[in-house]
Every structure is written in C-alpha cells, then in structure tokens.
Design a protein around this ligand. Structure first.
Ligand SMILES: Nc1nc2c(ncn2[C@@H]2O[C@H](COP(=O)(O)OP(=O)(O)OP(=O)(O)O)[C@@H](O)[C@H]2O)c(=O)[nH]1
Ligand SMILES: [Mg+2]
Length: 213
C-alpha cells in the first residue's frame, strides 16, 4: 500500500501547529526508546531524525501522513522524557501544549525494560490526557525469541493493558500498528476527555538544550 509522508513543521507553540483540523497522533516515550525510528519505519522513509545519542528530537516535529486511500493525519514526533543534560527546561510545556489539543497518542516503551517508573507515570498521564491512547513495545528484535513472550506478559501486567510489540529494524508488528493507528487517528468520534490535561500532574520532566529539530 502506498504511503506518503512529508515534514510539515517543527512546533514550539500551539500557534505553530497546522490549522486544518486533520486528526493528530502524538508519539511519546523516553529518550532513545525509538520514537523517530518507528515513525520512519511506519512511513518507509527517513523523515524523522534519529540518533544513538538520546535527546535528538527537541521540538514537536509534525509529519503529514497518508496511507493508501485512507484519510490523511498528522503524526507528531515529540522529544523524549527522562533525559537530563542541563540547560533550561521546556519539555512539560511543550507536551502539555500538544495534549491540550485533541490528540490521540502512542506511548512507546522499551520491551527490554518493563515497568520503569517514569513509563508508568507517563502512561497514567497519556491515557488520561489523550483522545485515545495505546502502548507500543519497541526494539523487540533485541530480545531473543525465547524471552519475548515473558517480556510482553510482564509489560502487560505492569501496565494492565495490551502492549503491541514492534521493531523498526525488522518491521515486525508494523502491520498491526497501522491497524491500531487507523483506529486511533481516524476514529470519527474521538471519546471525550475524562478531564482537561492542565488539571493533572505533569508528565515526567526532561531537560532541554538549545532548540534543534
Ligand atoms: N535494534 C533496534 N534499534 C532501534 C529500534 N528503534 C530504534 N533503535 C535505535 O535506538 C536509538 C534511538 O532511536 P531514536 O528513534 O532516535 O529514538 P527517539 O525515541 O526518537 O529518541 P529522542 O529523539 O532522543 O527522544 C537509535 O540508535 C536507533 O537506531 C529497533 O526497533 N530495533
Ligand atoms: Mg527522536
């Protein structure tokens, strides 16, 4: 199926977002968990910048994506949390600004590290703040086959939710992820929020250096 993806903008504030009311899907997770790599694997192009060094993505990078004849939507690559390198902090404001919009969200967690406290805190926040959210387990290729089922069971047990295992390297799980995305981003009537994100505890903080894409 043909997939088109184009970089739209790097947003630092709500005014930088597109105004055409297409559905938005925000990709959230710890630094280095594989958010940008997964976006590239999904759209089969290197639209998002990736790095072995955590902290590569610094702004909300917005991509306009369309798969086959499906409706277009915006995929938002967010900076990772849990990475401190000094400097002034803008992460909470950026994430809260994104979640104050009607976004659906994928929270990415590393399948090799189930139940990290900042992942659990992020899931509590994201699952409340987003209009539809799901958990995705990244880097499944790094786990030997014999350990995968146990790791997934552990993840699903700590999050009390299903977790979709994927690999940006081998492409495992990407078809299932597209189905999930279709449900989340293109649902005609997103469920109402339980409460506004501003009223909730902020997500885990992250220090930010100078702005860069
Ligand atoms: N083996 C393997 N490596 C991966 C996978 N996904 C990402 N990586 C590697 O993990 C590192 C971090 O990937 P990124 O996609 O830049 O991570 P990120 O979550 O966008 O990081 P920040 O932008 O810093 O928040 C890179 O070295 C990637 O090559 C995967 O599915 N399998
Ligand atoms: Mg990134």
């Amino acid at each position: 199926m043909k997939i088109t993806a184009e970089f739209v903008t790097s947003a630092a504030a709500a005014k930088d977002f597109p105004h055409d009311a297409l559905p938005e899907l925000a990709v959230v997770g710890r630094s280095n968990v594989g958010k940008s790599s997964l976006i590239n694997a999904l759209v089969r192009q290197r639209v998002a910048r990736t790095s072995a060094e955590p902290g590569k993505t610094r702004l909300a990078n917005i991509f306009r994506v369309r798969r086959g004849t499906g409706p277009p939507f915006y995929l938002i690559d967010l900076p990772g949390f849990g990475y401190a390198r000094g400097g002034s902090d803008g992460f909470d404001e950026l994430v809260q600004m994104v979640f104050a919009r009607d976004v659906a969200s994928l929270l990415l967690v590393d399948t090799r590290h189930p139940g990290l406290e900042n992942d659990l805190a992020a899931w509590r926040w994201v699952s409340q703040a987003a209009c539809g959210a799901a958990l995705v387990g990244t880097k499944i290729d790094k786990l030997p086959r014999g350990q995968r089922i146990r790791a997934l069971k552990e993840l699903e047990s700590v999050f009390q939710n299903s977790v979709l295992p994927v690999s940006a390297v081998t492409g495992e799980g990407l078809d299932e992820l597209w189905k999930l995305i279709d449900r989340l981003a293109n649902s005609p009537n997103p469920p109402p929020r339980n409460s506004p994100p501003r009223a909730m505890a902020p997500p885990p903080r992250k220090s930010q250096g100078p702005r860069k894409r």
